[in-house]
Design a protein around this ligand. Sequence first.
Ligand SMILES: Nc1ncnc2c1ncn2[C@@H]1O[C@H](COP(=O)(O)OP(=O)(O)OP(=O)(O)O)[C@@H](O)[C@H]1O
Ligand SMILES: [Mg+2]
Length: 254
Amino acid sequence: MLSVKDLTKSVQVEDKTLVLLQPLNLTIAAGESIAIVGPSGSGKTTLLSILAGLDLPSSGQVYLKNQPLHQFNEEQRSQVRAQHVGFIFQQFLLINSLTALENVMLPAELANMPDAQARGEALLTQVGLADRIQHYPSQLSGGEQQRVAIARAFIAKPDVLFADEPTGNLDSKTGQYIIDLIFDLNVKEGTTLVLVTHDAKLAARCQRQVEMDSGALTEPMAEATLANTEENQPDSQTTTHHDLKSKTSVSQVG
Ligand SMILES: Nc1ncnc2c1ncn2[C@@H]1O[C@H](COP(=O)(O)OP(=O)(O)OP(=O)(O)O)[C@@H](O)[C@H]1O
Ligand SMILES: [Mg+2]
């Protein structure tokens, strides 16, 4: 589903080069759930943005469903995102000029789903916002905005869901409910989950945990997996482009 090879990210700040991500390798299988943990400033959000096709690496390769995101321009990446990716990012919350419902419907409309409105209303009800669907983001609390973003991330039944501290703004009861929703998606739809979290309980629910520290990635449980990435070229994966298309349209029906 996702494969990263020798990925780095550096930024130029005045006359200095700041290394945000050290060369890192990671392979995530379809249907897997993985937690990225680590201290503040270690590069988790930076990595997630690149994996989700929101940002580009400085060097190295990122394949999402065999598509080389590192070679794609913004428009090509936005197409990949519309077809395959859901994301819950604190910095990319909602569009202020759209109502809650319109925000949620947007990915479904981009994916040409016929029942966007009905699904949007159902999802907003599921996250407890049935009586807020016509509200604009400025009329919603931080936690409510986050729940709208979660409904939006789910609507197009993405192949991969990226979430950056998805329960960060929520009280523990709502947070637990949202976590259950996210893992339901993983089990019922086979959605691959990539979660950044400081919440040990949430991390423990994922099949795998990796840790970022100063821009470097360590995977305590699976050194062997990292070593194997050399031979694990994305091209060798069996899913063909044709399979992807048929899978996409099937997943859009329900
Ligand atoms: N555009 C940028 N220019 C300069 N420095 C940046 C930029 N983006 C991120 N950084 C720096 O890169 C480092 C990693 O940032 P990142 O947001 O990935 O951390 P994080 O692990 O998500 O932290 P947190 O847990 O606090 O959200 C930080 O030190 C941050 O200040
Ligand atoms: Mg972050």
